[in-house]
Design a protein around this ligand. Structure first.
Ligand code: MN
Length: 261
C-alpha cells in the first residue's frame, strides 16, 4: 500500500510538471509601430493571441541594454508593417521621387532589434516592412517603388479593398515554411505595398511570388522568415486561412522557450 502511494505520488507529480511545462505560452515581442512609439496595431496582437502566444509590445528604443533585457525575456519577435526604409542609409541607393515617408528612429530601432534577435537565435517573423527590413539587414535590396522600378510588374499591389480580403494570388515554393504550414502551392493574399524585396539577402530563399514575379515571402531558415502580405489582416477579422502561419511561429517560440531551461 505504501509503495503504491509512492508510485501514485510520483505519477501525479510528473504529470503536473508535464502539464505545467506544456501549458506555458511563449512570450512574443511585437515591434512598436505607427505614430505611437510604444504601441502596435491590434491586428498583430489578436493574431498572436489566437495562435496561443502572449504578445508584448516592444517600445521603440536604440538603447542596446534595454533591448538586451527585453530579448532575454521574450521567446520570439514579430516585426510589424509600416513606413518605407531609408534607401541611402540601408541599401546604398539614392531616394527616388516615389519613395514614401521615412522614420529614421524607427529604422534604427527595427534594424537593431532584428540583428540582435537573430544573433540570439530567436524565432522571428517579419510582416511587410518587417520582411523588407529583415532582407535589408542581412544585405539584400528593395524596390523603392514597384510601379516605377519593376518593369514587368503588372499586378496591383496596393489594393483598394478591406485588409481581410485577398486580391492577388501567390505561388508558394515547395518545401518552404509557407508550403508546409498552409499545405498548398497557391494562395490568394491581400496586398498593401509599393516596395518589395528586389535582391534577396545572401543565404535567404524566396518562398512566394506574385504572378508578376514580385517577391511575397523569404526565409533564412526554419524559424526566421518574412512575408510581404498581411496574414494578421485576415486572422484579426475572423478569417483563419492564415492562422497556421502564426501557430507555426508560436510553436517555434515554444521550442525556443523549452531550450532556455
Ligand atoms: Mn503584393
Amino acid at each position: 500500500m505504501k509503495r503504491l502511494s509512492i508510485i501514485l505520488a510520483v505519477a501525479i507529480l510528473s504529470l503536473s510538471f508535464f502539464q505545467e511545462s506544456a501549458a506555458k505560452s511563449p512570450l512574443i515581442g511585437v515591434s512598436a509601430s505607427e505614430n505611437s512609439p510604444a504601441a502596435a496595431p491590434s491586428t498583430y496582437i489578436k493574431s498572436i493571441r489566437k495562435a496561443g502566444g502572449v504578445p508584448v509590445v516592444i517600445p521603440m528604443t536604440t538603447d542596446k541594454e534595454q533591448l538586451e533585457k527585453i530579448l532575454a525575456t521574450v521567446d520570439g519577435i514579430l516585426m510589424t508593417g509600416g513606413e518605407d526604409i531609408d534607401p541611402l542609409k540601408y541599401y546604398g541607393e539614392e531616394p527616388l521621387r516615389a519613395q514614401g515617408e521615412i522614420v529614421p528612429y524607427r529604422d534604427e530601432f527595427d534594424c537593431m532589434l532584428i540583428k540582435m534577435a537573430v544573433e540570439k537565435g530567436l524565432p522571428l517573423l517579419g510582416i511587410c516592412r518587417g520582411e523588407q527590413l529583415l532582407n535589408v539587414v542581412f544585405g539584400g535590396t528593395l524596390y523603392q517603388d514597384i510601379p516605377s522600378q519593376a518593369k514587368d510588374s503588372y499586378v496591383k499591389h496596393r489594393q483598394q479593398a478591406p485588409s481581410s480580403y485577398g486580391t492577388h494570388s501567390i505561388s508558394i515554393e515547395k518545401g518552404s515554411i509557407l508550403n508546409k504550414v498552409l499545405g498548398t502551392e497557391r494562395a490568394v493574399v491581400n496586398s498593401f505595398h509599393h516596395q518589395a524585396v528586389k535582391d534577396p539577402a545572401p543565404g535567404f530563399k524566396v518562398i512566394a511570388r506574385a504572378a508578376d514575379g514580385i517577391i511575397e515571402g523569404i526565409q533564412m531558415n526554419e524559424k526566421v522568415f518574412g512575408l510581404q502580405f498581411h496574414p494578421e489582416g485576415f486572422v484579426a477579422n475572423g478569417d483563419d486561412t492564415f492562422l497556421p502561419i502564426f501557430q507555426y511561429f508560436v510553436e517555434k517560440a515554444n521550442e525556443y522557450q523549452s531550450g532556455k531551461k
